[in-house]
Design a protein around this ligand. Structure first.
Ligand code: FAD
Ligand code: MG
Ligand code: MG
Ligand code: MG
Ligand code: MG
Length: 552
């Protein structure tokens, strides 16, 4: 027992002496990972097996392949094909798993406070000590303070997908009953998606495919014009973090497919049988509207988990971002002892360094021209080049950066047609204050997990011969390994039987669900196991042959 709350401390594990491998790592530095999602698993998959005593703490005992989750909701894929047991992933590093929720971290005692229900349903709490801690707990769906969300469905994990599938099928079956009135049938078959980001768009597209391809075949009673799919988006375009051409393509496609896209619309309340929203008119006025709904999906972006809010609060002033835990460029949680605690994935953000990046860029530019950067005069032409470079490095900020041209004019105070260093610095500060530095994607979480694994491998190697204390105290991180750098590999969305790619340099469309899966399996190949790939392949083959699985 010990720690601030005098709770039991889990110093030893029952399986520590199970086999030779486990005995070997028993006294290695204790690496504790909170969360078994994209970030956590990427870390585990690249970590050297013999260097750390690894423990994963997570309330879910599987890794979920989220990009395919929208497909599972409508029976295109099986749930079990999308998950990988954490214990399987852990066996490579001979790690331990604790199925529980992290409630708090006591940074000075190096203890994670953990809770779980015992067999009688009573909460038990205990501590898990660490030498290195990685926080990778992901995010929760943003409720935006909207009323009646208990009438809506979410799409975050496998249970959500299962609930959605059951509800969709129930609606369809009830709609088919001879006793159901025309009006009620229309309501039951009105599917509303709130949120025009990739998840909402993909779900709407999958829903549309299901209704068109399978239902008209299996349920001839259901007339096509009684089924409707609606997408409510608060911004003026869907997929607004993508390139403009991509969102335009998606909107045109939906228009043709009769997916009803309602832009500039804010949901006010979700009622059991309808959704209430306000829509901004062209003249700027707000009109309140209602839509009968048999099903509402709520997928409107992410917000921090309770744990992250608590930790940010605890660390005080050094944590200034309201959306995520801030780290330095080595992914170390700001405000904690160097080299103890890291944060990766959706729950974290790397402190903005766009300004630094641009300054470096300009220095290089100046040197190239043999000039002193401080006396540099930046012409509009050069600015376009800088803007282009920034867009490539920070693709998630395209929206803000669309205005870069305008900013140039605004900050050129003396209207000389050039920016001097002072004008430029002001402009950069303005950009920095507005940007969150990295997107909440699997792509990013994966890269960060992989980065940490490489770093930890290197550190373990360097520290052979040093004691655990030496490893903890020195700033080996920065000395031993480079800063994290994000590489945008493009985005993809599935819209009405075609994949829309946004690869930074332009955009592209390829036909068919197959294209999506092909692209994704290349893209995520290293993240999933051979088992998962086999299961997915079987699902696609099955769907091709027999259609979707419509049982619940
Ligand atoms: P997660 O993968 O969410 O993992 C968090 C883990 O932490 C989970 O295991 C959870 O159980 C655990 N946890 C939560 N709270 C605690 C706690 N208190 N203590 C301990 N453990 C805890 N991204 C893409 O790049 N491409 C896509 O196509 C794509 N499609 C998506 C589709 C859907 C439907 C969804 C929901 C997301 C999609 N994403 C996509 C986003 C991507 O899934 C996330 O960005 C990614 O999962 C973030 O990884 P993470 O490790 O930070 O968190
Ligand atoms: Mg994770
Ligand atoms: Mg996950
Ligand atoms: Mg995370
Ligand atoms: Mg000027």
């Amino acid at each position: 027992r010990g720690g601030p709350n005098n709770l039991p401390i889990a110093e030893v594990f029952i399986d520590d002496d199970d086999c030779e491998e486990k005995k070997r790592i028993k006294d290695k530095p204790r690496l504790v990972v909170l969360g078994g999602g994209w970030g956590g698993v990427a870390l585990l998959k690249s970590l050297n097996p013999d260097d750390y005593h690894v423990t994963v703490i997570s309330p879910t005992n599987y890794f979920l392949f989220t990009p395919m989750l929208p497909s599972a909701t409508v029976g295109t894929l099986e749930f079990r094909s999308l998950v990988e047991p954490i214990r399987r992933v852990l066996s490579r590093v001979h790690g331990h798993f604790i199925r529980a929720k992290a409630e708090d971290v006591h940074f000075s005692d190096k203890l994670v406070e953990v809770s779980q229900l015992d067999s009688r349903g009573k909460e038990v709490r205990f501590y898990v000590p660490y030498d290195k801690l990685v926080i990778a707990v992901g995010s929760v769906t943003n409720p935006h303070g909207v009323k009646g969300l208990d009438n809506a469905f979410f799409l975050k994990d496998i249970n959500d997908a299962r609930k959605i599938r059951n509800q969709v099928i129930r609606n369809i079956e009830v709609a088919c009953l001879p006793t159901t009135s025309d009006e009620e049938r229309k309501r039951l078959l009105s599917f509303v998606v709130s949120g025009g980001g990739p998840t909402g768009v993909e779900f709407a597209a999958e829903m549309y495919d299901l209704l068109n391809e399978d239902l008209t075949r299996h349920f001839p009673r259901l007339l096509r014009n009684e089924i409707s799919v609606h997408l409510i988006q608060s911004r003026s375009h869907i997929l607004n973090t993508y390139d403009e051409t991509v969102s335009k393509y998606a909107e045109d496609r939906f228009a043709r497919d009769q997916v009803d896209v309602l832009t500039n619309s804010r949901v006010k309340e979700v009622c059991p049988d309808k959704i209430v929203f306000t829509q901004k008119q062209e003249d700027g006025s707000l009109v309140t509207k209602e839509l009968p709904a048999g099903f509402v999906l709520w997928s409107t972006g992410v917000s921090p988990t309770a744990l992250c809010k608590k930790l940010a609060h605890k660390l005080g002033n050094v944590q200034t971002n309201r959306h995520a835990l801030e780290t330095d460029t080595h992914l170390r949680l700001n405000g904690t002892p160097l080299g103890d605690v890291y944060a990766i994935g959706d729950c974290s953000t790397v402190q903005n360094n766009i300004a630094d990046h641009i300054i470096t860029f300009l220095r290089t530019l100046a040197w190239k021209h043999g000039k002193d950067p401080e006396t540099l005069q930046l012409h509009f032409k050069d600015w376009r080049q800088v803007a282009h470079d920034v867009k490539k490095r920070f693709p998630q900020s395209v929206n803000h950066l669309k205005r870069l041209d305008k900013l140039f004019a605004e900050f050129d105070k003396d209207q000389s047609g050039t920016l001097d260093f002072g004008e430029l610095r002001e402009l950069l500060n303005q950009i920095d204050s507005k940007l969150t530095s990295l997107p909440a994607t699997a792509q990013r979480a994966h890269q960060q997990g992989y980065y940490l694994a490489q770093k930890f491998n290197k550190l373990a190697h360097l520290s052979e011969g040093l004691s655990a204390n030496d490893i903890r105290d020195g700033d080996l991180d920065a000395a031993a390994y480079k800063a994290f750098e994000y590489h945008h590999l493009g985005s993809l969305a599935y819209i009405g039987n075609s994949a829309v790619f946004d690869l930074g340099e332009g955009w592209n469309v390829a036909g068919g669900l197959w294209a999506v899966y092909a692209w994704r399996s290349v893209y995520f190949a290293q993240s999933v196991s051979f088992r998962t790939r086999c299961l997915l392949a079987m699902d696609w083959a099955k769907r091709g042959l027999f259609g979707r699985d419509l049982m619940s």
